[in-house]
Design a protein around this ligand. Sequence first.
Ligand code: FAD
Length: 465
Amino acid sequence: MTQDYDLVVIGAGPGGYVAAARASSLGLKTALVEKDPKLGGTCLHRGCIPTKALLHAADVFTEIKEADQIGILVKDVKVDWAQVQKYKNKIVSSNAGGVQHLMKSRNVEVFNGFGALKGPNTVVVTRTGTENVELKAKKIMLAVGSAPRALPFAPFSERVLSSDQILELPEIPKSLTIIGGGVIGIEFASLFARFGTKVTVLEMLPKILDTADADCSKELALQLEKQGVQIYTQVSVSDIKVKGSLAKCTYVDAAKKSTTVESDYVLVAIGRAPLTANIGLESTQAKTERGYVEVNQFMQTAQPNIYAIGDCINTPWLAHVSSAEGVLAANHMAGKNPAAINYDHIPSCVYSDPPVAWCGLTAVEAEKRGYKVKISRFDFMRNGKAAILGKKRGFVKFVTDVQYGEILGVHIVGPEATDLLAEPAFAMQMEATIDAIANTMHAHPTLYEAIWEAALVATDRAIHG
Ligand SMILES: Cc1cc2nc3c(=O)[nH]c(=O)nc-3n(C[C@H](O)[C@H](O)[C@H](O)COP(=O)(O)OP(=O)(O)OC[C@H]3O[C@@H](n4cnc5c(N)ncnc54)[C@H](O)[C@@H]3O)c2cc1C
């Protein structure tokens, strides 16, 4: 069976399905190919949504446990893990239904099966239990995403888990060793530590959240340690042995000392690999570099009618980045002349307790680019709303350019950091100066006042700072 389309998208994650919806709205006859039984990709089924649902459960649990501090007495707070899992699964499944419905309402034809290129204009969909189908396409978009990387000496197993597997644990582990102190590892550390798990984080680099501002990373490490998480940096894991229900993880520190930590499970969170093998790239001119598909600023590969977006190209592994790239590619192929993405303005969020969020450059990065920078900081300690919430740790920090007051970066650690980020991120996108934020009235008492006060510090008009 052969069918003709203007666009065939392979992969229905937040990159692929959003791109398909946009392309169809632009009048392109669009098909979407997905190998998993449900649409939504890593983000919906194994990433953003299930992790944030579990983290929300941990937030609620912590809040109730600590409610006595404000005079609300609750006895015997317990976690029903099976029920927590049900809550998480319900959200995932309802959102997956939403994506399916969206595709229908936008007239995107969905094909379930494994999609592979057969030359520059054909996608073969291999389906189980029914005949394969060949889709002819003027344009093709690769949105195949990525999968967790395993350690070369310790394949994933019942005790050595990937981030996919840990989401389905039938129990809250008594102890957990997490290899990798990046965003994924740290979110799971924050989740399980608050549910009572003894968590150990092993990180190869000098600090956790390597890409975050150093002070934010330090503050988060401090708070996690207060919650009982043991963090070891500059260590390299050399071996994992599983004996019965115990995993023994051996690591070597900077002084070459070897230590073994025992736990119920090990989570390997050392990064992800693009799913670009076996998709027929060799039958086209498209090129890869370490598995990532190479693209230009409009997401076109070296085979100009084939585009690639999201986790399978070498840009940050974030759902909103995938979606933005998908929309850009759809606009470009429909002749809309879109502006390229400014990767300096990507919001990055870590939904730990406390959360961390940032957009733009750190002071170090800005100085490397030749800017003369000013750093201004306002601590939540001096914010009325943070005091009401009992969440006074953390700060808002701006990195601004001395000459023009351009906002080069914003870094937040503390209450609601991930939502607060929207204001300065928007200001940066609008190319507003730091004065514009300082001159904007912010309602009292709100956490947003901390952003305003950090801007006041930057413009030498500090009130509480
Ligand atoms: C634990 C975890 C937490 C995360 N939390 C966040 C977060 O809070 N915020 C955030 O922004 N990002 C988060 N991410 C990252 C985010 O999930 C990814 O960046 C995002 O899903 C990438 O989108 P994508 O569309 O490029 O790829 P994916 O979401 O991976 O989708 C790719 C789709 O393609 C399908 N596919 C692959 N190969 C084929 C083929 N040959 N044929 C047919 N179908 C195929 C896959 O089955 C999949 O459905 C998280 C990731 C993880 C693992």
